[in-house]
Design a protein around this ligand. Sequence first.
Ligand code: ADP
Ligand code: MG
Length: 589
Amino acid sequence: MNDVIHLLPDHVANQIAAGEVVQRPSSVVKELLENAIDAGATKIHLVVKEAGRQLIQVIDNGRGMSVKDARMAFERHATSKIRTTEDIFHILTKGFRGEALASIAAVAHVELKTRQEGIDLGTAIQINGGKIKNQEPVVTPKGTIISVSNLFYNVPARRNFLKSNAVEFRHIIDEFQRVALAHEHISFQLTHNDNDVFQLAEANLAQRVLHIFGRKLEGQLVPVGEETDVAKINGLIGKPDVAKKSRGEQFFFVNQRFVKSGYLHKAVQSAFESLISEGLHPSYFIFLTINPEKIDINIHPTKTEIKFEEEAIIYAQLRAAVKHALGQYQVTPTLDFDRPTWDVPTLNRKKEIKTPEIKVDKSYNPFKNPSGYGSSSTPKAGGSFSYYKLEEESEPIQNQIIESGINFKREVLQWHQSFLVTEFQDDLVLIDQHRAHQAVLYERFIKKTKGNSLSQQLLFPIEVHADSKEISILLETEQLWISFGFDFSFEKDLIIVNAIPADITAEMVPSVISEFLASDYREDGLKYEEILARFMAKFAAVKKGTAMSTEESKHLVQQLFELEQFNYTPFGKKIYRKIDLAETLRMLD
Ligand code: ADP
Ligand code: MG
């Protein structure tokens, strides 16, 4: 008889385990940052190149490792943090499974340099694909420098599964922010492709939140605090006014570890009920401190999910704490942030920022603007256009729109300043004017990215607040914005819009940018250009309640039916409804 079962060699076992722990560059970031924290570091610098594909390096000033430990650290189930199963229930460190370094080393080139206090020479180790290549004494600062390069060099399937650098870097920023929020007394720095993305000095929680998310939250945070035998709750919540369309700023930490919990989220959301409108998400940064014996964080290898023994009590306590905080903020002043002394550009600006100067012209009618339908050919028509100049080349395009003429043969009637009524074959057709215009504009914007967008220079640039993560998204997608006709510059937590596409007006710009940033890049699988075109169309389209001339109505209907896709808006909404002749006859019978 042949025996067929054998034990896997360690490097194979480690590669398999790596699949669980190391899904993408941000997983490496998380593990390395956590190790630095567990090592008692007070200063941690994360250096990333090419969204972590090329390099992920963490430099800490923690306690370092001995010569033997430096080697042991890469063994599977090698940890200094627990000894017995019982220990798992008293965990106060981030790590304890002892598999991160082994897993990372199995799928990358890793170099470790480490030195303990009071020892002259440190240790350097190189490991490729789990195999130690070299170990030698080295001169290195106290602490640990670990460099992970060529991630997934030996696992092409994983490598190919990675998303664009923009997406991967956002995941890295997510992990960095989570760790930095939970450890405000540690100073953190993040450098990406030689640019400093974050420089976070040691701070208190409120300052840390502001340093990360920018000035838009200044004066908008309310403290939460409540302690019972079951849990201690502390943290900050954003006032209802700063609730956002995206879920970006929602953080729970349990014993200083970021966790995801739909259940806890509901507790907070329900406390906000009726204070924020539907579709908006409150910002919160909430820390729970719970006896480690009463939670189980071991249910997922990346340890972001958690089970609570006293779930219902915690839910009620959290909800009450948030309600209480919300109730108080109207009467008590909000947090008075101590100005940090460190060089934090966000708060240290000498010059006063002027609020964005966006003039809203109530009588604005998109059909009277140069990019609308042909009834107007004067580029300066409408008050909202008096404060910027159109670039010269706009003229020929204007003419094209008008010259294309209106040849829609049927009558079109506007109903209730919202719908256009016309006939099509035997049917009566009721068209939603706003949705129709959205679809028309969307197609136009998508086509224009192919290189002929018109840009209008703004005499008064618009300033939009954004945090570093949002700015990094715009930087990564800058070419796209330029192809649409935008021109940006950046100043720490501000996006300065110098030029915009001719098809939209200045007052639409902040909404377009914020919706773009809020759209969930992970779920909808759309291309960035489609997302941008969608939001531009949404804001530029004629609103319901806008009177349209017969000519404008006809032109819109004609343009609609010339589209390839005229049934649904780019957001998937139905554009029109047909009223069937036969059915009408029966109805009136
Ligand atoms: P775990 O964190 O679960 O113990 P890891 O594989 O992440 O497992 O790390 C293995 C061990 O290596 C740790 O228990 C710790 O003793 C040591 N170690 C890892 N990173 C560092 C660091 N930056 N400084 C000091 N020791 C470290
Ligand atoms: Mg670890």
